[in-house]
Design a binder for this molecule. Structure first.
Ligand code: UDP
Length: 343
């Protein structure tokens, strides 16, 4: 059974491709390589097509199995990771985000409906990468955040994801498009094999920046605010191992293939760690000290984001394998040394 993975050359997408391969699925990756890496597709030895999710002709070819990369096999379902995900850039250039994350995705959804019709079937199922950024800045009493927490995104990135969630709900109601929406908390870590991991350019995420600063690849780490209403004053996030995210996608896909429907799940551990705690665990894992500087708060950072993750556990049987922050940092460190050299 062939699964199309958009954004499969990116950080989370590449780990999901590996999880699909291990679960016995055939995979085709579509990625425009704006932020993804061809080397990931090569590592995964997966059929790869460079292109846009908004290219309707290409999508029709891929879904119907007429594209040369598909080996004549029709696509059974799609995992949709392809998106731009820089919050700051989404504020300075929202058009780019709405065009890519929303407009191109709409083309994908239409092609899923059209391909289903051509087969005389329901639309092809979709697993969609959404984000806890759709919750905006939740009230303290709303933490841990449940899936029914009000969604009030505060930037174009979060809104582009939230809007597509609503489009999916409408496509489900009107055309019967089956979907699983996953709202990720803070994706982190790397495949324990050490050959896939986080490699953003520019890098904005805490854990790779901490490792960069510890190894001297960067001069400094700034802690964005230490006056938040948290025990040590720094922001708290729910760091979830990227392989655990990947596993959830296989479970979500299986659910859609078995019973269809429309489902929304948070993906997090249910436990938070502060910026200071991340730094401290990184120091333990690397055996090195890091001098971090306190800087101004970063605009739009909520003090605490922690998932209520029971729904995915109950309905999908999903249990994070690498729930410990220490394990996440160990795997990130192994990857970091392999990717950027031992410093
Ligand atoms: N953070 C920080 N310094 C950095 C990068 C991030 O203090 O150089 C903090 C950020 O304010 C947030 C947490 O680390 O509280 C996680 O940030 P990240 O960008 O990794 O993920 P986000 O939660 O924004 O999706």
């Amino acid at each position: 059974m062939t699964i199309l993975v958009t954004g499969g050359a990116g950080y989370i997408g590449s780990h999901a491709v590996r999880a699909l391969q291990k679960a016995g699925f055939a995979v085709v990756v579509l990625d425009n390589l704006v932020y993804g890496h061809l080397s990931n597709a090569e590592t995964l030895a997966v059929p790869f097509v460079q292109g846009q999710v908004g290219d309707r002709q290409l999508l029709d070819q891929l879904l119907s199995g007429q594209h040369s990369s598909c080996g004549g096999e029709r696509v059974r379902a799609v995992l949709h990771f392809a998106a731009y995900a820089y919050v700051g850039e989404s504020m300075s250039d929202p058009a780019r985000y709405y065009r890519n994350n929303l407009g191109d995705s709409l083309v994908l959804l239409e092609s899923l409906v059209a391909e289903g019709r051509r087969r005389g079937e329901q639309p092809l199922p979709l697993v969609f990468s959404s984000t806890c950024a759709t919750y905006g800045i939740p009230e303290v009493e709303q933490i841990p955040i449940r899936e029914d927490c009000p969604q009030r995104p505060i930037n174009p990135y979060g809104r582009s994801k939230w809007m597509l969630e609503q489009v999916l709900a409408d496509f489900g109601a009107a055309y019967g498009l089956p979907s699983v929406i996953f709202r990720y908390f803070n994706a982190a870590g790397a495949d324990p094999a050490g050959d896939l991991g986080e490699d953003h350019d520019p890098e904005t995420h805490l854990i790779p920046l901490v490792l960069d600063a510890i190894t001297g690849r960067r001069d400094n780490l700034c802690i964005f605010g230490n006056d938040y209403p948290t025990p040590d004053g720094t922001c708290i996030r729910d760091y979830i191992h990227v392989c655990d995210l990947a596993d959830a996608h296989v479970l979500g896909l299986r659910k859609l293939l078995a019973e269809g429907g429309q489902h929304v799940y948070n993906l997090g551990t249910g436990h938070g760690a502060s910026v200071q705690e991340v730094i401290s665990v990184a120091q333990t894992v690397t055996g090195r000290l890091l001098q971090a500087h306190i800087a101004e708060r970063r605009a739009g950072d909520p003090p605490i984001l922690v998932a209520a993750a029971e729904k995915a556990a109950k309905e999908l049987g999903w249990r994070p394998r690498y729930g410990e922050l220490l394990t996440i940092l160990e795997h990130a460190w192994t990857w970091h040394q392999r990717r950027f050299g031992k410093q």
